[in-house]
Design a protein around this ligand. Structure first.
Ligand SMILES: Cc1cc2nc3c(=O)[nH]c(=O)nc-3n(C[C@H](O)[C@H](O)[C@H](O)COP(=O)(O)O)c2cc1C
Length: 178
């Protein structure tokens, strides 16, 4: 049985490489109909991952409005933003909608659907004076913020083995029968 439409928003953070192997099988196994949206920076930084995502979902990764790809997205029943860069967290928390992904995210806040963000930011980004305030703002808006056990991580572009994909998915998945 389908749980509904799940947007998975990926950004230009190292853990995006894990999305095809770690998140998508879990989400599909739970019955989500998954649409992946990527920032333009994610698309250009991780082109092979974008190909793997398209193959796994059977859909092109969305980085722009429907005029570019040829199909419109259904409204989501839940949204996961993972991994979320410092940049996307900061701009989303300010209400900025100057890209396709940020526009979609700004639209979803306040719709009453489950939204979860899981940052993947190194210690230098996390030390920026705005960072904790941005996470607090998202939480005040009702966004589930899931912080992995190794966050913030040390500098470098590796993907942490313990990025909390199961915990992230659990925040948006309804118990059976609800
Ligand atoms: C290989 C690579 C890995 C990166 N990893 C991260 C990361 O893990 N976390 C982060 O916040 N930024 C990371 N960055 C920097 C972001 O990609 C950069 O801030 C970018 O503007 C984010 O754009 P986006 O939020 O639209 O995806 C990385 C950049 C590169 C080139």
């Amino acid at each position: 049985m389908s749980l509904g439409v799940l947007y998975v928003v990926v950004t230009a953070a190292g853990a995006t490489r894990q999305v095809p192997s770690r998140l998508l099988p879990l989400a599909a196994g739970q019955g989500w109909d998954v649409y992946v949206l990527a920032t333009e920076q994610a698309q250009s930084t991780f082109p092979e991952t974008m190909r793997q995502i398209a193959e796994a979902t059977g859909r092109a990764v969305r980085t722009d409005f429907h005029t570019a790809v040829g199909y419109s997205l259904p409204d989501p029943d839940a949204v996961i933003v993972a991994p979320a860069t410092y940049n996307t967290i900061t701009k989303w928390a300010l209400g900025i909608a100057d890209t396709y992904v940020l526009t979609r995210l700004a639209e979803q806040v306040g719709r009453g659907i489950p939204i979860t963000a899981a940052p993947y930011a190194n210690v230098r980004f996390a030390a920026h004076p705005t960072y904790q305030g941005s996470l607090t703002t998202l939480k005040e808006w009702g966004v589930n913020v899931v912080i992995g056990p190794s966050e913030p991580h040390e500098s470098g572009d590796g993907a942490a083995d313990d990025f909390p994909w199961d915990a992230i998915l659990a925040t948006v998945s309804r118990p059976a029968g609800s």
